[in-house]
Design a protein. Structure first.
Length: 204
């Protein structure tokens, strides 16, 4: 007779508490495997497909990750930010934010560069950051409270990436337009839902 390892139980508990966050994390893990094994990337993960009716391709590039660190970095931020939103506002709210920000950030990257060869959850991550930042300014809640230093670091990282230094040093392209457009749409959604939350609180 052996005792059950606590790790699987911990993961199952986290998945039950944050099902959408867990699903997105798992999909990103699969996307990392796709990005690591296949070249070129399978069509279903390439942005576009509107003319062919393949509308899922407006979203699917967010799951593709190029390299382990790319996946780990985004996975950690997704767990931190997505978990907070899902805990406070529910899985459907988080899912709506992810879908909207995925489409906008992917479209922003395509319009700015004209390329469909991009991927990663970073645009959505910046949208979730912008959402939490602005919503918590308007309708504060302890669950959504983030250290100012953390927000400052992410904004600094956004600007640093836009300088092109990392592109030069690492020899890879950074989806800066996706990051920036994701941040903007997240802030806009945070403003909208923050104002709604403020109005509701006043009339309770």
């Amino acid at each position: 007779m052996t005792a059950e390892s606590p790790e699987p139980s911990r993961w199952r508990t986290a998945a039950k508490q944050h099902p959408v966050t867990a699903l997105l994390f798992f999909a990103s893990l699969c996307g990392w495997l796709v990005g690591s094994v296949f070249y070129p990337i399978p069509r279903m993960f390439v942005f576009g497909g509107i003319a062919e009716g393949e509308l899922w391709r407006l979203i699917s590039p967010i799951f593709v990750h190029f390299g382990l660190m790319h996946f780990v970095f985004n996975g950690l931020w997704l767990s931190l930010l997505g978990g907070r939103i899902e805990t406070l506002l529910g899985p459907m709210h988080l899912l709506l934010l992810v879908l909207v920000s995925a489409v906008i950030s992917n479209m922003g990257q395509f319009v700015w560069t004209g390329s469909v060869a991009f991927g990663g959850m970073s645009g959505v991550i910046y949208a979730l950051l912008g959402y939490i930042w602005i919503r918590n300014l308007l309708a504060p809640h302890p669950i959504l409270a983030l250290p100012k230093e953390l927000i400052g670091f992410m904004l600094f990282w956004l600007l640093f990436c836009m300088t092109g230094v990392l592109d030069f040093l690492l020899g890879v392209g950074i989806a800066n337009a996706a990051h920036f457009s994701g941040l903007l749409v997240g802030m806009l959604l945070g403003l909208i839902f923050g104002l709604v939350g403020t109005v509701r609180a006043r009339f309770k």
